[in-house]
Write a new protein. Structure first.
Length: 163
């Protein structure tokens, strides 16, 4: 029996090219650098957006604590209680708030975003809480939101308010 050559490898290569599945040439060094830079910019933008959500949540937390203190003469370490006291519905954000301490003389908390490593976050305290939050560079000043991220390079630290 005689075999008929239907062009095997040639037809396969043509089919791959026409379907868009053909192997691509390696990008040049400049193209690879552009792709890496674009990825870094996109990552930095996504991290900045998430960190802005964390910072906003900390600012809102400060407002809720002040409303609670005006009503009860003490601070709360419970986010659900704060929201209920202020008649604010729970939000569905991915920001996680951790109370460090709270009492009659002050409160302290840190926050992170579920989509970021736990080492990225913000800290805030008011008054003289029993224990203050510690962030990468030490304890922040009262009523100052301090945020840090080590996910992107260069390492960033932002400070808002207080003083």
């Amino acid at each position: 029996m005689k075999r008929i050559n239907h062009g095997g490898p040639v037809l396969l290569a043509l089919a791959l090219v026409l379907s868009g599945c053909a192997p691509r040439e390696k990008p040049s060094v400049g193209e690879a650098a552009d792709t890496t830079e674009a990825t870094e910019v996109a990552t930095r933008s996504a991290v900045a957006e998430k960190m802005a959500q964390v910072e906003k949540a900390m600012s809102d937390l400060g407002d809720l604590e002040e409303i609670f203190f005006a009503d009860w003469g003490t601070y709360s370490g419970n986010l659900a209680t704060l929201r209920q006291s202020a008649h604010v519905e729970a939000d569905s954000s991915d920001v996680v708030i951790h109370f460090v301490s709270s009492g009659d003389s002050g409160w302290a908390a840190t926050a992170t975003h579920r989509a970021l490593p736990a080492r990225d976050g913000c800290a805030l305290f008011h008054g003289a809480p029993p224990m203050k939050p510690v962030e990468p560079l030490g304890t922040p000043k009262a009523d100052t939101i301090v945020c840090w991220t080590v996910t992107t390079k260069p390492w960033e630290l932002t400070v808002r308010g207080g003083g």
